[in-house]
Design a protein around this ligand. Structure first.
Ligand code: ZN
Length: 303
């Protein structure tokens, strides 16, 4: 009988030690759980927290999904409820995110990563990240927020910020050099939705699109007809499809105007790791190279 009791106690002690060792490894800090609303913010947060082993980052909207129209799942709500921090773009980009934050029971802190950037307001345009100067503001906001809520890694976040801002400066300079040979008045491009206004303003390209700021609404027949007239009138030579949009409308516009579809641009989501836009920097380089090659092929360029 006594042997049985000792055996039982030893067994219980073993179970307690096993469970304990699995949940709380010795000397480890608790994991900081971060959720971002979409993949481009996830890439920024990943770069800034590189080297911090105690961080877990997930994006609500998966790769190659459209943040304008994404319907959150119960799994997303659970991930959000368990998170410490969430990073969002704001400016009506992520439909229903505020409601989801409230209804999930999320008790952490919310960072509006685009805070401090003056947006285009007529119409309100959330696609700020397509100007690299704005991406630098996102990075600064994310670093400030992480330092405030995870001060133990402040030095690491600040060091990563320095490297990242330098890379973004190089990227911005590189983009400006790419279009030098294309005459300004011929830098005309058609994409699916109105996502590239900040890109166009920063780098001197005029973008036209049949669909508005959000992909929630479809292009009207009137808008498509006006765009077709404009393409003919202005002599636009380059039409692009977008990774998230159905290419049919742009193919139809290309057919009716005799302009070729010149490739795919990434606007609101990164690609999978094997794709051409797996990081923010890769996405920008891919979009710029795709547009430059199309323009150099189709319009009279400077030597
Ligand atoms: Zn968009």
């Amino acid at each position: 009988m006594r042997i049985a009791v000792v055996f039982f106690l030893l067994l219980m002690l073993g179970v307690i030690l096993m469970v304990g060792s699995r949940n709380v490894p010795p000397n480890s800090a608790p994991t900081l759980k971060i959720v971002t609303s979409f993949s481009i913010l996830k890439d920024f947060v990943q770069n800034i927290s590189k080297g911090n082993e105690n961080v877990q980052i997930a994006s609500i909207v998966p790769l190659e999904s459209d943040p304008h129209t994404y319907q959150p799942t119960p799994k997303d709500s659970v991930a959000l409820a368990n998170a410490d921090l969430i990073f969002i773009n704001g400016l009506d980009f992520e439909k229903g995110i505020e409601k989801m934050i409230t209804s999930s029971g999320f008790a952490g802190k919310v960072c509006d990563a685009s805070d401090g950037i003056t947006p285009r307001t007529e119409p309100l345009d959330p696609h700020l990240w397509h100007d690299v100067k704005n991406a630098k503001v996102y990075v600064a906001n994310i670093v400030r927020f992480l330092c405030e809520h995870d001060p133990a890694h402040k030095k690491l976040y600040e060091a990563n910020k320095g490297k990242l801002l330098e890379q973004l400066d190089l990227l911005d300079r590189w983009i400006r050099e790419q279009f030098a040979r294309v005459p300004f008045e011929q830098r005309l491009v058609v994409t699916t939705h109105d996502a590239f206004w900040y890109f166009g303003k920063a780098y001197g390209i005029q973008f036209l699109a049949p669909v508005g700021i959000s992909t929630e609404t479809e292009a009207s027949a009137q808008k498509v007809a006006t765009l077709i007239d404009l393409i003919k009138e202005k002599g636009v030579k380059a039409v692009f499809v977008e990774n998230l949009a159905n290419p049919r409308l742009l193919q139809q516009i290309a057919e009716e105007t005799g302009v070729m579809v010149q490739g795919t641009l990434y606007a609101d989501s990164l690609s999978a790791s094997a794709g051409p836009a797996a990081t923010y920097e890769a996405m920008m380089r891919h979009n710029v190279s795709t547009i430059r090659q199309a323009l150099e092929k189709t319009v009279q360029c400077k030597p």
